[in-house]
Design a protein around this ligand. Sequence first.
Ligand code: UGY
Ligand code: MN
Length: 264
Amino acid sequence: MFYPMLPEKQHLIFATMEISALTRSVVKGNHAVISPDGYINSTVPGWTHCTVNVIISEAMGAKLCQNLITLQATGKLSGRTAATQIFFYVVEGSCSVTVADETRELQKGHFVYVPVQHAYQVESREENTRLLGFHKVYEPLDGYGVPAYRFGDAANIEGPAYLGDPALRLQVLLPDDLSFDMAVNIFTYDPGGNLPLVETHIMEHGLLYLQGQGIYMLDHQWYPVKKGDSIWMAPFCQQWFTAMGKEPAVYIYYKNVNRFPIQP
Ligand code: UGY
Ligand code: MN
Protein backbone atom coordinates (compact mmCIF):
# COMPACT_ATOMS: atom_id res chain seq x y z
CA MET A 1 0.00 0.00 0.00
CA PHE A 2 1.37 3.45 -0.95
CA TYR A 3 0.70 6.30 1.42
CA PRO A 4 1.55 9.63 -0.23
CA MET A 5 3.46 11.98 2.10
CA LEU A 6 1.53 15.04 3.06
CA PRO A 7 3.06 18.09 1.34
CA GLU A 8 3.52 19.84 4.71
CA LYS A 9 5.78 16.93 5.87
CA GLN A 10 7.97 16.73 2.75
CA HIS A 11 10.57 19.14 4.10
CA LEU A 12 11.42 16.48 6.74
CA ILE A 13 12.82 14.19 4.02
CA PHE A 14 14.92 16.94 2.49
CA ALA A 15 16.19 18.09 5.89
CA THR A 16 17.69 14.67 6.65
CA MET A 17 19.19 14.02 3.19
CA GLU A 18 22.85 15.07 3.48
CA ILE A 19 25.24 15.23 0.55
CA SER A 20 28.46 13.53 1.70
CA ALA A 21 30.43 14.97 -1.23
CA LEU A 22 30.23 18.49 0.22
CA THR A 23 32.40 20.17 2.86
CA ARG A 24 33.34 23.70 3.92
CA SER A 25 36.97 22.56 4.35
CA VAL A 26 39.57 23.81 1.88
CA VAL A 27 43.33 23.22 1.78
CA LYS A 28 45.27 25.69 -0.37
CA GLY A 29 48.93 26.59 -0.80
CA ASN A 30 48.89 29.38 1.77
CA HIS A 31 45.83 28.72 3.92
CA ALA A 32 43.36 26.06 5.00
CA VAL A 33 39.92 26.02 6.61
CA ILE A 34 39.27 22.69 8.33
CA SER A 35 35.76 21.89 9.53
CA PRO A 36 35.27 18.82 11.77
CA ASP A 37 33.26 16.89 9.14
CA GLY A 38 36.47 15.73 7.40
CA TYR A 39 38.41 14.48 10.45
CA ILE A 40 40.18 11.11 10.18
CA ASN A 41 41.84 9.91 13.39
CA SER A 42 45.61 9.49 13.84
CA THR A 43 47.47 7.33 16.33
CA VAL A 44 50.26 9.00 18.30
CA PRO A 45 52.66 6.75 20.25
CA GLY A 46 52.21 7.30 24.00
CA TRP A 47 48.76 8.89 23.63
CA THR A 48 46.16 6.28 24.58
CA HIS A 49 42.36 6.01 24.91
CA CYS A 50 41.90 9.12 22.85
CA THR A 51 41.29 10.25 19.28
CA VAL A 52 43.83 12.58 17.72
CA ASN A 53 43.00 14.82 14.79
CA VAL A 54 46.00 16.47 13.18
CA ILE A 55 44.59 19.67 11.78
CA ILE A 56 47.68 21.58 10.68
CA SER A 57 51.10 20.07 9.98
CA GLU A 58 54.35 20.38 8.05
CA ALA A 59 52.78 18.02 5.52
CA MET A 60 50.66 20.95 4.27
CA GLY A 61 53.54 23.45 4.27
CA ALA A 62 53.09 24.77 7.81
CA LYS A 63 55.86 25.24 10.36
CA LEU A 64 53.57 24.46 13.30
CA CYS A 65 51.51 21.43 14.17
CA GLN A 66 47.97 21.85 15.54
CA ASN A 67 46.19 18.87 17.06
CA LEU A 68 42.78 18.32 18.61
CA ILE A 69 42.76 15.45 21.10
CA THR A 70 39.52 13.97 22.46
CA LEU A 71 40.15 11.80 25.52
CA GLN A 72 38.00 9.08 27.01
CA ALA A 73 37.67 9.10 30.81
CA THR A 74 40.68 6.72 30.83
CA GLY A 75 42.65 8.73 28.25
CA LYS A 76 46.32 9.49 28.87
CA LEU A 77 49.02 11.42 27.02
CA SER A 78 52.50 10.45 28.01
CA GLY A 79 55.60 11.83 26.35
CA ARG A 80 58.75 13.88 26.42
CA THR A 81 59.38 16.92 24.25
CA ALA A 82 62.69 16.95 22.37
CA ALA A 83 63.19 19.83 19.91
CA THR A 84 59.50 20.77 19.88
CA GLN A 85 57.64 22.69 22.58
CA ILE A 86 53.91 22.12 23.18
CA PHE A 87 51.09 24.37 24.34
CA PHE A 88 47.97 22.48 25.50
CA TYR A 89 44.64 24.28 26.08
CA VAL A 90 41.58 22.62 27.61
CA VAL A 91 38.65 23.20 25.23
CA GLU A 92 36.20 20.93 27.13
CA GLY A 93 36.25 18.75 30.26
CA SER A 94 39.06 18.34 32.75
CA CYS A 95 42.37 16.52 33.25
CA SER A 96 45.41 16.39 35.46
CA VAL A 97 48.74 17.42 33.96
CA THR A 98 52.22 16.71 35.29
CA VAL A 99 55.29 18.58 34.04
CA ALA A 100 58.63 18.63 35.84
CA ASP A 101 57.20 16.91 38.96
CA GLU A 102 54.41 19.46 39.33
CA THR A 103 50.83 18.18 38.94
CA ARG A 104 47.85 20.46 38.42
CA GLU A 105 44.15 19.89 37.82
CA LEU A 106 43.09 21.63 34.62
CA GLN A 107 39.60 22.58 33.47
CA LYS A 108 38.07 24.31 30.49
CA GLY A 109 40.08 27.47 29.72
CA HIS A 110 43.20 26.28 31.56
CA PHE A 111 46.46 25.72 29.70
CA VAL A 112 49.99 24.39 30.11
CA TYR A 113 53.18 25.29 28.23
CA VAL A 114 55.66 22.38 27.98
CA PRO A 115 59.15 23.59 26.93
CA VAL A 116 61.65 21.48 25.00
CA GLN A 117 63.32 18.57 26.83
CA HIS A 118 60.50 18.05 29.35
CA ALA A 119 58.48 14.95 30.23
CA TYR A 120 54.71 15.46 30.43
CA GLN A 121 51.76 13.34 31.50
CA VAL A 122 48.08 14.14 30.96
CA GLU A 123 45.30 12.07 32.55
CA SER A 124 41.71 12.68 31.59
CA ARG A 125 39.22 13.23 34.42
CA GLU A 126 36.08 12.80 32.32
CA GLU A 127 34.75 11.42 29.05
CA ASN A 128 35.24 13.66 26.01
CA THR A 129 37.83 15.95 27.53
CA ARG A 130 39.13 17.91 24.60
CA LEU A 131 42.61 19.43 24.32
CA LEU A 132 43.98 21.73 21.67
CA GLY A 133 47.74 21.38 21.09
CA PHE A 134 50.07 23.80 19.32
CA HIS A 135 53.54 22.32 18.66
CA LYS A 136 56.53 24.29 17.36
CA VAL A 137 60.22 23.49 16.93
CA TYR A 138 61.94 25.82 19.41
CA GLU A 139 64.42 28.34 18.01
CA PRO A 140 66.96 29.26 20.74
CA LEU A 141 68.15 32.86 21.04
CA ASP A 142 71.69 33.80 22.13
CA GLY A 143 71.66 35.35 25.57
CA TYR A 144 68.27 33.88 26.54
CA GLY A 145 67.45 30.59 28.22
CA VAL A 146 64.70 28.18 27.28
CA PRO A 147 61.40 29.37 28.82
CA ALA A 148 60.23 27.58 31.96
CA TYR A 149 57.11 25.40 31.93
CA ARG A 150 53.99 27.22 33.05
CA PHE A 151 50.34 26.64 33.87
CA GLY A 152 47.63 29.26 33.41
CA ASP A 153 43.93 30.04 33.22
CA ALA A 154 42.55 32.24 30.44
CA ALA A 155 39.87 33.51 32.86
CA ASN A 156 42.60 35.27 34.84
CA ILE A 157 44.10 37.06 31.84
CA GLU A 158 42.88 40.53 30.97
CA GLY A 159 41.48 41.23 27.52
CA PRO A 160 42.11 44.87 26.65
CA ALA A 161 40.52 46.47 23.57
CA TYR A 162 42.48 45.70 20.39
CA LEU A 163 43.76 48.81 18.58
CA GLY A 164 41.35 50.95 20.60
CA ASP A 165 38.15 49.17 19.43
CA PRO A 166 36.05 47.99 22.43
CA ALA A 167 34.25 45.45 20.15
CA LEU A 168 37.56 43.53 19.89
CA ARG A 169 39.41 42.09 22.90
CA LEU A 170 42.77 40.36 22.88
CA GLN A 171 44.10 38.08 25.65
CA VAL A 172 47.79 37.19 25.48
CA LEU A 173 48.33 33.84 27.24
CA LEU A 174 52.15 33.58 27.18
CA PRO A 175 54.57 36.18 28.58
CA ASP A 176 55.83 38.97 26.37
CA ASP A 177 59.43 37.79 26.72
CA LEU A 178 62.09 37.23 24.02
CA SER A 179 62.86 33.74 25.31
CA PHE A 180 59.48 32.67 23.81
CA ASP A 181 59.38 32.18 20.05
CA MET A 182 55.62 31.51 19.98
CA ALA A 183 52.55 33.39 21.19
CA VAL A 184 49.07 32.03 21.91
CA ASN A 185 46.26 34.57 22.12
CA ILE A 186 42.47 34.52 22.48
CA PHE A 187 40.64 37.01 20.28
CA THR A 188 37.01 37.95 21.10
CA TYR A 189 34.84 39.88 18.64
CA ASP A 190 31.42 41.25 19.55
CA PRO A 191 28.82 40.63 16.81
CA GLY A 192 29.65 43.05 13.99
CA GLY A 193 33.21 43.57 15.27
CA ASN A 194 35.87 43.24 12.60
CA LEU A 195 39.61 43.48 12.11
CA PRO A 196 40.29 47.14 11.34
CA LEU A 197 42.62 46.28 8.45
CA VAL A 198 43.56 43.44 6.13
CA GLU A 199 46.61 42.02 7.90
CA THR A 200 49.60 41.19 5.68
CA HIS A 201 52.44 39.81 7.83
CA ILE A 202 55.35 37.41 8.06
CA MET A 203 53.97 35.53 11.10
CA GLU A 204 52.11 32.25 10.60
CA HIS A 205 48.84 31.37 12.39
CA GLY A 206 47.05 28.23 13.50
CA LEU A 207 43.59 28.90 14.94
CA LEU A 208 40.58 27.18 16.49
CA TYR A 209 37.12 28.72 16.87
CA LEU A 210 35.90 28.34 20.47
CA GLN A 211 32.58 30.17 20.06
CA GLY A 212 30.33 31.97 17.59
CA GLN A 213 30.66 32.50 13.88
CA GLY A 214 31.64 34.96 11.19
CA ILE A 215 33.30 35.45 7.83
CA TYR A 216 37.06 35.07 7.35
CA MET A 217 38.81 36.55 4.33
CA LEU A 218 41.97 34.61 3.48
CA ASP A 219 44.03 35.55 0.45
CA HIS A 220 40.99 37.43 -0.96
CA GLN A 221 38.67 34.42 -0.65
CA TRP A 222 35.70 34.53 1.72
CA TYR A 223 34.80 31.71 4.11
CA PRO A 224 31.89 31.34 6.58
CA VAL A 225 33.38 29.90 9.79
CA LYS A 226 31.99 28.83 13.17
CA LYS A 227 32.76 27.14 16.50
CA GLY A 228 34.83 23.97 15.94
CA ASP A 229 36.47 25.15 12.70
CA SER A 230 40.23 25.60 12.40
CA ILE A 231 42.27 27.81 10.10
CA TRP A 232 45.88 27.75 8.95
CA MET A 233 47.38 30.98 7.58
CA ALA A 234 50.86 30.79 6.07
CA PRO A 235 53.19 33.80 6.32
CA PHE A 236 51.84 36.65 4.19
CA CYS A 237 48.41 35.06 3.75
CA GLN A 238 46.23 38.18 3.80
CA GLN A 239 43.59 38.00 6.52
CA TRP A 240 40.50 39.81 7.75
CA PHE A 241 37.54 38.72 9.91
CA THR A 242 34.11 39.97 10.89
CA ALA A 243 31.89 38.37 13.55
CA MET A 244 28.23 37.59 12.85
CA GLY A 245 25.30 36.22 14.82
CA LYS A 246 24.01 36.91 18.33
CA GLU A 247 27.01 35.98 20.49
CA PRO A 248 30.67 37.06 20.42
CA ALA A 249 32.96 35.10 18.10
CA VAL A 250 36.03 33.76 19.95
CA TYR A 251 39.12 32.10 18.55
CA ILE A 252 42.39 30.95 20.08
CA TYR A 253 45.43 31.27 17.83
CA TYR A 254 49.13 30.56 17.53
CA LYS A 255 51.68 32.99 16.14
CA ASN A 256 55.47 32.66 15.75
CA VAL A 257 57.22 35.70 17.24
CA ASN A 258 60.48 37.25 18.48
CA ARG A 259 63.02 35.82 16.02
CA PHE A 260 65.05 37.18 13.08
CA PRO A 261 63.17 37.17 9.75
CA ILE A 262 66.24 35.57 8.13
CA GLN A 263 69.08 33.46 9.57
CA PRO A 264 71.61 35.99 10.98
O1 UGY B 1 48.00 38.76 16.03
C1 UGY B 1 47.55 38.74 14.89
O2 UGY B 1 48.28 38.77 13.89
C2 UGY B 1 46.03 38.65 14.72
N1 UGY B 1 45.45 39.98 14.83
N2 UGY B 1 45.68 38.02 13.48
C3 UGY B 1 44.44 37.48 13.27
O3 UGY B 1 43.59 37.51 14.16
N3 UGY B 1 44.21 36.94 12.09
MN1 MN C 1 47.41 37.98 12.07
